[in-house]
Design a protein around this ligand. Structure first.
Ligand code: KG4
Ligand code: ZN
Length: 341
């Protein structure tokens, strides 16, 4: 029997990326992302500017996604959008747009949890044809979250470890700012780290209970170290930039993997995935891939375009909600903080 064709429009606006995507079942037909450059000059996201940029971007981004997918609004089976967590003003733009579209087209509306959608990016069709089997552990690492999630089914996702302060992406970005790199520092540190010496500088690793993380201490010790060295040599950062990036990245990855390995042992699960913006990091991807050989883990990594914020993951999460008949209605509202799963 031929498989039913389900077209979902996904809309993502939780932070500083306005994105729209169209999925056909678990295949992504289009994934358009307008990244807001305006925040670079401020060294971080300015929420009011983010929501204004979403307002400007949302109509052209959705139009482009529909055009690239080659489907009409009438072809859509449902409209999925990010309800939260995220910046409230940003979320409201996507939520309001999705509600208006659902009302005018008389199509079902699906609300999606942003962090759950990062995990669902693993179920997007990919060239390697690799998708995790339940149960699996997912290290979800982004600019706002760092979590180890035990995924037992599409419905059952349990956070078994998370950060008690800063997220891993935040540690990358804040340390990038300390070194004078533009926002977001994560991708730049990743690039520079590739030609640096990861063993050159040592930074302290936090001691946190259980499977939880902490990154604020690393940021502070990195700041004090840079201040002390710059006092002795004004050019310290410029002269040692690649080694600083490689050593910092190595420390962040060590911290991430110590707890991930502990979770693997504790849960007795060896299907391991990563997701979220920091999963675009080449060092993280390489180290996880190497564990397939050295530790016998089965590893799963989303394609680059589905690691950082994107609407493809919202469309696919929406598809699974659609299959389970999980819809919302026009009374739905954005929430900047939503209990995790
Ligand atoms: O998932 P995401 O796009 O947005 C949130 O939901 O937060 O994650 C953004 C975070 C930023 O902190 C950014 O610096 C980090 O992901 N990031 C990276 C890389 N690409 C993005 N961090 C390290 N290496 C990368 N290649
Ligand atoms: Zn995200």
């Amino acid at each position: 029997m031929a498989q039913t064709k389900t077209y979902i429009l996904g809309i993502e606006s939780s932070c500083d990326d306005t994105s729209a995507a169209v999925s056909l079942n678990t295949q992504i037909l289009s994934n358009v992302i307008a990244t807001q450059k305006i925040h670079e000059q401020y060294g971080g996201i300015v929420p009011e500017l983010a929501s204004r940029a979403h307002l400007q971007n949302i109509i052209p981004v959705v139009a482009e996604a529909m055009k690239l997918a080659g489907v009409t609004l009438q072809d859509l089976d449902a409209i999925a959008f990010t309800k939260g967590p995220g910046l409230l003003g940003s979320l409201i733009v996507g939520t309001s747009f999705a509600k208006a579209l659902s009302l005018s087209l008389n199509k079902p509306l699906i609300d999606v949890h942003h962090m759950k959608a990062h995990v669902m990016a693993l179920f997007i069709d990919n060239e390697a044809n690799r998708k995790p089997n339940f149960p699996f552990l997912c290290l979800t690492v982004s600019g706002g979250h760092t979590q180890i999630v035990k995924v037992s089914s599409f419905q059952k996702m349990e956070v078994i470890g998370s950060t008690i302060d800063d997220a891993a992406g935040e540690a990358f970005d804040k340390c990038g700012k300390i070194m004078g790199l533009s926002y977001p520092g994560g991708p730049l540190i990743d690039k520079l780290a590739q030609i640096g010496n990861p063993s050159r500088f040592q930074f302290a690793k936090p001691k946190v209970d259980g499977l939880n993380y902490s990154f604020s201490g690393l940021k502070t010790s990195f700041l004090y170290f840079i201040q002390a060295e710059t006092k002795k040599n004004k050019e310290f950062v410029q002269e040692n930039l690649t080694d600083l990036c490689a050593s910092l990245q190595q420390t962040i990855l060590d911290i991430l993997f110590i707890k991930l390995e502990k979770a693997v042992q504790q849960e007795g699960i060896n299907e391991i995935a990563i997701a979220g913006g920091v999963s675009a990091n080449l060092g993280l991807r390489d180290r996880l891939n190497s564990y397939e050989k050295t530790k016998g883990w089965k590893v799963y990594i989303p394609e680059f375009q589905f690691c950082t914020d994107n609407a493809g993951m919202i469309a696919v999460a929406g598809y699974y909600h659609y299959l389970a008949s999980e819809f919302t209605d026009l009374s739905v509202y954005s929430e900047s903080r939503i209990s995790l799963f």
